[in-house]
Design a protein around this ligand. Structure first.
Ligand SMILES: NC(=O)c1ccc[n+]([C@@H]2O[C@H](COP(=O)([O-])OP(=O)(O)OC[C@H]3O[C@@H](n4cnc5c(N)ncnc54)[C@H](OP(=O)(O)O)[C@@H]3O)[C@@H](O)[C@H]2O)c1
Length: 335
């Protein structure tokens, strides 16, 4: 397929370009800079330079291009969001960016649209059971989180409702991989990564290269207008995930602080660690996409990261075994 990929230079974008080209797809990435375009060229993709929030400029840049599918993998998060205002531009990319990319899909003749979504969109939960795609998503009443949940709902709904488009929305778990853990390891080293007593809320994670593999599977095999949870097999409490990272790298155990204090210091991440206890099922993705995570849990994933970081010369992007060749380094976890 000819694939137009927005976010091709990102954390997920880079391993996704690799997997798409390896599977025989022809990728045109949307880059914002010449450096990004040149990196995509090295990865075997062509590019257009455009800002996805500038509708006219985007459509101008795509004039005369053709594609079978469009993918939306945009965020404006260079680091994990601490405060609600850190999410404002990402919300715009989900709402306005989706509208603009659907216009782009129309222009290039694409009939398939794969978009990103986020496990946190399931809102405040108590973690007492596995959530499926049938469960309530992006509920009202989230206070300051409403803007985020409305944005992820909009990103999904626009694509699923678009006439003449086969829409697919992927509710990814939290990404992690050899590069994204670097700031976490640094914070652990400095005793600056607190976790709540008892480990706090559950979260569903996904190793970055498993997310890329699931995305290619969804492009190729999903039925029209489907939503999938893309998470590993074993949700984990934040405290256990961070504790396992510390243990694997011989770092100090994470500091324990009351949840209320963590929420005060970092309202977004703090609420995720204490109020959004989310355990997601990946059964639908497994059954319908023929996909399985290579890293079924954080244990295998962290072991792979430790192995990759023992060969630092190899760590330039995220692959399932951490071994790498060329390309941009750059995933950021917890977004
Ligand atoms: N990280 C997670 O844990 C997580 C969890 C669930 C879902 N997701 C979703 O998965 C998708 C991929 O995430 P990621 O972590 O790979 O994101 P990322 O590393 O932050 O990459 C973002 C990409 O978006 C591009 N971009 C940002 N603003 C743009 C604009 N105005 N016009 C054109 N391009 C723009 C960036 O280009 P530049 O290189 O020019 O900056 C980059 O290629 C996102 O949609 C995210 O919301 C992420």
């Amino acid at each position: 397929m000819k694939v137009l990929l927005a976010g091709a230079t990102g954390t997920l974008g880079v391993p996704l370009v690799r997997r798409l080209t390896a599977a025989g797809h022809e990728v045109t990435g949307i880059a914002r800079t010449e450096a990004g375009a040149s990196m995509l060229w090295d990865l075997g993709a062509s590019s257009v330079i455009a800002d996805a929030l500038d509708r006219e400029g985007l459509l101008r840049a795509l004039d005369g291009k053709q594609a079978d599918a469009v993918m939306h993998q945009l965020t404006a998060l260079k680091k994990p969001p601490m405060r609600h205002k850190d999410l404002a531009t990402t919300n715009r990319l989900r709402v306005q960016g989706s509208t603009n990319l659907l216009a782009a899909a129309d222009l290039v003749g694409a009939r398939r649209f794969v978009t990103q979504s986020f496990f946190g969109g399931y809102g405040f939960n108590d973690g007492s059971r596995l959530l499926t795609e049938q469960d309530r998503f992006a509920p009202a009443g989230g206070g300051k989180f409403d803007a985020v949940w409305q944005a992820v709902r909009s990103a999904e709904q626009q694509v699923l409702d678009a006439p003449g488009i086969e829409g697919v929305a992927l509710r990814y778990g939290g990404f992690y991989g050899p590069i994204s853990v670097a700031p976490l390891l640094d914070a652990l080293r400095k005793h600056q990564l607190p976790v709540p007593p008892g480990g706090g809320a559950y979260a569903s994670f996904i190793y970055i290269d498993d997310a890329a593999a699931a995305t290619v599977a969804a492009l190729e095999r999903s039925g029209p207008d489907q939503v999938y949870n893309i998470v590993d097999d074993e949700p984990v409490r934040w405290g256990d995930m961070v504790g396992a990272l510390a243990a694997a790298f011989g770092l100090p155990k994470p500091v324990r602080l009351p949840g209320a204090l963590i929420r005060l210091m970092a309202p977004v991440v703090g609420a995720m660690m204490t109020r959004q206890s989310l355990r997601l099922s990946n059964a639908k993705a497994k059954a319908e996409l023929g996909w399985r995570p290579m890293m079924p849990s954080y244990r295998e994933g962290i072991a792979a990261i430790a192995a990759a970081l023992a060969r630092p010369q190899d760590v330039e992007d995220e692959t399932h075994d951490g071994a790498v060749s060329g390309g941009r380094a750059g995933d950021k976890s917890g977004k």
